[in-house]
Design a protein around this ligand. Structure first.
Ligand SMILES: CC(C)(COP(=O)(O)OP(=O)(O)OC[C@H]1O[C@@H](n2cnc3c(N)ncnc32)[C@H](O)[C@@H]1OP(=O)(O)O)[C@@H](O)C(=O)NCCC(=O)NCCS
Length: 177
């Protein structure tokens, strides 16, 4: 369990957690907000959970699961990784994503010694952009027509935080609730 004193903790999912991960990944809410597609077979899910270059976490608060977040394509040579986050529909706007991202960054920069954590969003994902602005990430226009989603081409945004920016923000202090 990863807990840096914020009021959520992250539990790493392993191959025995296939059912949990598959249900979230294939949910309508996840697929709508995400660049990723549904995972058809248990083998697809198992491959992701067994991937040595990724860590997928369940976000927990007071014993119940609120969503998932992940670090993927972890590259120890360049000390970088891509992040993603999804919060269940019924617990949005309660600050869960903010706490989970801060915890994920503490883990990535302190435990894994990463130098940069980056991600990509749809151009029209205002909720995510405001969240990433709030936690102090940099956001830049990405690739035009990067994804074909629901019958239209969607541009992307690139988001990142460096270790230097992370240390300046001094995240790893207690924010209990
Ligand atoms: C984006 C997402 C992760 C936000 O999760 P959340 O738990 O609701 O976010 P929080 O409650 O921690 O919000 C933190 C800040 O983000 C911004 N924010 C979050 N949701 C917002 C919304 N719907 N509209 C406007 N701002 C929003 C606000 O600035 C908010 O701070 P405030 O409440 O003090 O104004 C959630 O909507 C989600 O899972 N979306 C689908 C998946 C996705 O888009 N993931 C990101 C791409 S990897």
């Amino acid at each position: 369990m990863i807990n840096f004193g914020f009021w959520v903790s992250l539990r790493r999912l392993y191959t025995e957690d296939i059912a949990i991960y598959r249900e979230i990944r294939n949910s309508y809410a996840f697929r709508m907000g995400s660049r990723q597609c549904d995972l058809k077979t248990s083998e697809d899910v198992q491959k992701l959970l067994a991937d040595k270059d990724s860590s997928i976490f369940e976000i927990n608060h007071r014993g119940s699961q609120k969503g998932i977040c992940a670090l993927s394509d972890i590259n120890h040579v360049h000390q970088r990784a891509e992040f993603s986050i999804f919060i269940q529909d019924h617990v949005r706007r309660l600050g869960v994503a903010e706490m989970a991202l801060k915890t994920l960054f503490c883990h990535g920069f302190r435990n894994l010694n990463l130098n940069v954590i980056h991600g990509e969003t749809f151009d029209n994902n205002n909720a995510a952009h405001r969240l990433f602005d709030k936690v102090g990430m940099v956001r830049r226009p990405g690739i035009e027509q990067a994804y074909y989603k629901d019958g239209v081409w969607v541009d992307s945004h690139i988001i990142f935080m460096t270790k230097k920016m992370f240390l300046e923000r001094d995240y790893c202090h207690n924010e209990q609730r």
